[in-house]
Design a protein. Structure first.
Length: 294
């Protein structure tokens, strides 16, 4: 039953986030101490802009599972509830964590957004420029260049911003990833049951015997959630996670077809753009020495 609700929540996340959230809550009511259930509810809450709930559930998932996969999402949810400083603190504390490249990149993008929230555009630009633009083309690189384009536009450099946006889109097509502004495919034929339609299966004697234990587990989950709320007032962010609200990281369910754009073409354009940036600003120079093996 919990699995059915989780599948429904995942399938509806882009198409109907409110229904996805209801399914995630239904799963939570049955298995509140399962890490993946807390994660699903946190992500669904983020999609419906319930950022307090998102932070609480994703932090709980992180504590139960030990996973840092959602650290950028937590940081962006902190931005969503008006606490950009906490997003920046998460980035600072992440230096001690072993994050993979894409997760780190997403966290940097969120932190740059937090800097923008605080009207520190120069700081946002420095955060992104410190990253490696010569990494192997990936979804993280697509997002990084798109975020840099936005910051450049705010900073009054529309021409350079346009170049980075175009390069980001070309990289997205070349790698078969999403740029981020695609619309969900509402005609995808997804048939997901409503929360009411996911009926409980007949309980076995063993299930009845374990009902008492399950209730106790739910009470413990409620107590744990209350503890999370109290944690929010304390500056214990060494274990914090992060992600994205005002500029959603996960946007659509529609897949793009791969376009025949080679890594060499992407590399050449990136070199040209970085050379233009270096020529236009002595203080904000970015050098690109691409060394990609496909």
């Amino acid at each position: 039953m919990v699995a059915k609700h989780l599948v429904a929540a995942g399938g509806l996340l882009d198409l109907d986030p409110e229904r996805a959230h209801e399914h995630a809550k239904a799963a939570m009511a049955r298995a509140g101490r399962v890490a993946v259930v807390r994660e699903a509810l946190g992500i669904a809450a983020y999609y419906v802009e319930k950022y307090d709930e998102a932070v609480r559930e994703l932090r709980t998932h992180r504590r139960i599972s030990g996973s840092n996969d959602n650290i950028a999402l937590i940081a962006d949810a902190e931005r969503g509830r008006g606490k950009p400083e906490k997003a920046l603190e998460l980035l600072k504390n992440s230096e001690e964590l072993d994050l993979d490249n894409d997760t780190h990149t997403e966290l940097v993008i969120v932190a740059a957004g937090a800097k923008s929230d605080l009207d520190d555009i120069a700081g946002a630009r420095r955060l992104i420029e410190a990253e490696d633009f010569t990494q192997k083309p990936s979804g993280g690189l697509v997002r990084l260049m798109a975020a840099y384009s936005e910051v450049l536009r705010i900073d009054g450099e529309p021409e350079l911003a346009d170049k980075y946006e175009e390069l980001s889109r070309r990289t997205a097509k070349a790698t078969g990833t999403l740029f981020g502004d695609e619309m969900p495919d509402l005609n995808a034929g997804v048939e997901i049951e409503t929360v009411e339609e996911v009926e409980d299966e007949p309980e076995s004697p063993e299930a009845e015997e374990s009902e008492t234990g399950e209730s106790a587990g739910e009470e413990a989950a409620d107590a744990e959630a209350a503890a999370d709320s109290a944690d929010e007032a304390a500056p214990e962010l060494a274990e914090a996670p992060a992600a994205a609200p005002k500029s959603k990281t996960h946007v659509s369910a529609k897949e793009l077809k791969s376009v025949k754009v080679t890594d060499d073409e992407i590399e050449a354009e990136l070199d040209e753009i970085l050379a233009d940036a270096e020529a236009g600003s002595d203080s904000d120079a970015i050098t690109a020495e691409a060394d990609r093996d496909q």
